[in-house]
Structures are given as structure tokens and as C-alpha cells.
Design a protein around this ligand. Sequence first.
Ligand code: FES
Length: 169
Amino acid sequence: MNLEKVQELREELENLKKIYKKGNSIIIPALWRVQEIYGYLSDEGLEILANELNTTKEKLLQVATFYHFFHTKPTGKYHIYICTNVSCMLNFAYEVVDELRNILKVNENEVTPDGMFSWEEIECIGLCDQPVAGFINMKRITNLNKDNIKDIIENPQNYAPEKTKIELI
Ligand code: FES
């Protein structure tokens, strides 16, 4: 058990309970907090959440796996999403994907041996006017091509913080 993370998660959940008081409205923001603290939806985090919300890990996973941005296994310190939907695909999204695969030498949702990177394809994220679009640690990145993706891999800190906390309302 990682006591530091457990403590942080419990504090976050107390704060969320003050904001999300009705029904199951707390589930998504609470899942985000688990992912932010552990880097993914860890067993430990889900167990705490299930106990706090009087539900089960299985039910939480049923919710989480409906959404693309939750991860049930660890990702790299920098996780890169590349949109391969129509507008981006027509603007050579698969060249970007191929370049990522070539440079990092890992397939989709695998983590590089140094723990730095992982990547995955996503559906349209509404940035079709700036293809190829994506995210790095939930920070949007646009106008990607097979050349500038190299710079992102070499200098990821210029594009996104290691850990991006989702602002909740
Ligand atoms: S098709 Fe890529 S952002 Fe819409």
C-alpha cells in the first residue's frame, strides 16, 4: 500500500464529496483523481474509491472502460494521443502514428522501457480544423506531422507538464 497516495486520494475524495453531492455524479471526477494520483486506475485506488462510494471495483470499471481517457494499466510519463479520424487521417495522421511507433519502438498502449512514453489512437476530439490533432498528458497538440512529432519526443516538457491535473467544476 502506498500510504502517501492513499492519503492524497482520501483528501481529494473528501473535497469532491462537497462538490458532487447527488447520485453518481462523483464517479467520473473521482476516477480522474485516482488516475492522476496513480497514473492509471490502479487496484488500490479503485478499492479505496469503491469503499468510499459504497460500490464495487467492477462497477467502477464498467463506467471507466466506457471512456477513452481512462487507463486500466500504467502509461508512460508522457502519454500521447493521436486522432486518426477522418480529417486527421486525410492529413496523414497515420504517418504521425508510424513515426511514433518507429521512434519509440513500442506499439499502441505499450510503455517504453524507460517509462517515459506511451501512445494511442483516438477518435475525433473536435480540432478537425487543425489536423493532425491530439493530446500529450491531456494538453492539446495540433498541426502534427511526421517531422514535428520528433521534437515532441525529444522535448516533451516543452509541450506538456509530466502530470496534467484536470480542472473540475
Ligand atoms: S478528425 Fe481529428 S480532431 Fe476531428
